[in-house]
Design a protein around this ligand. Structure first.
Ligand code: FMN
Length: 146
């Protein structure tokens, strides 16, 4: 199974979580590629069986909260994800509101089957990464051979 871990970061928190996700994937024996969203190519995406997309949360705490524009625009132009599994995570400070649902909905609209979602609070943003990865891999495994 080839895993592609993508992230959009502003201050580095989401990158740290993404690195921990990729490390935990490798510890489970999965071939894992880590890329910032701005550097990912269509062929990276096409070569992946499982896409994990992480983002920070942008908004005004109680309104207009969600993924930042680079994530929204990438979801509109990313390659078809039919036959792939996907998982999403975010890092936030107060409340992620609908961020995970927005990102998962975008990946699902491209054809992916969502197998995991998790919000990590900044300051605790690597706690629970292993459990998240275990749940994602269990979800992917239940859908077919890895
Ligand atoms: C401009 C801006 C807006 C933000 N808006 C929210 C918000 O509405 N809700 C929230 O929970 N966190 C919000 N945050 C906090 C970030 O989502 C959080 O610190 C995140 O971990 C940053 O990730 P990064 O270091 O990868 O950029 C905001 C941060 C910035 C810089």
């Amino acid at each position: 199974m080839h895993v592609l871990v993508l992230y959009e970061t502003r201050g580095g928190t989401t990158r740290a979580t993404a690195e921990a996700v990729a490390t935990a994937m490798r510890a489970r024996g999965k071939d894992s590629m880590l890329r910032p969203l701005g550097e990912v190519t269509d062929s990276h995406v096409r070569g992946a069986d499982l896409v994990v997309l992480g983002t920070w949360v942008k908004g005004f705490v109680w309104f207009n909260v969600g993924p930042p524009n680079p994530v929204r625009s990438w979801l509109r132009r990313c390659p078809e994800l039919g036959g792939k599994t996907a998982a999403v995570f975010c890092t936030y400070s107060v409340d992620p509101r609908d961020t995970l649902a927005t990102v998962a909905g975008g990946l699902h609209a491209r054809g992916a089957t969502i197998v995991g979602e998790r919000a990590f609070r900044r300051g605790h943003h690597t706690e629970g990464v292993k459990a998240f990865v275990d749940a994602v891999l269990d979800g992917a495994k239940s859908l077919g051979p890895t």
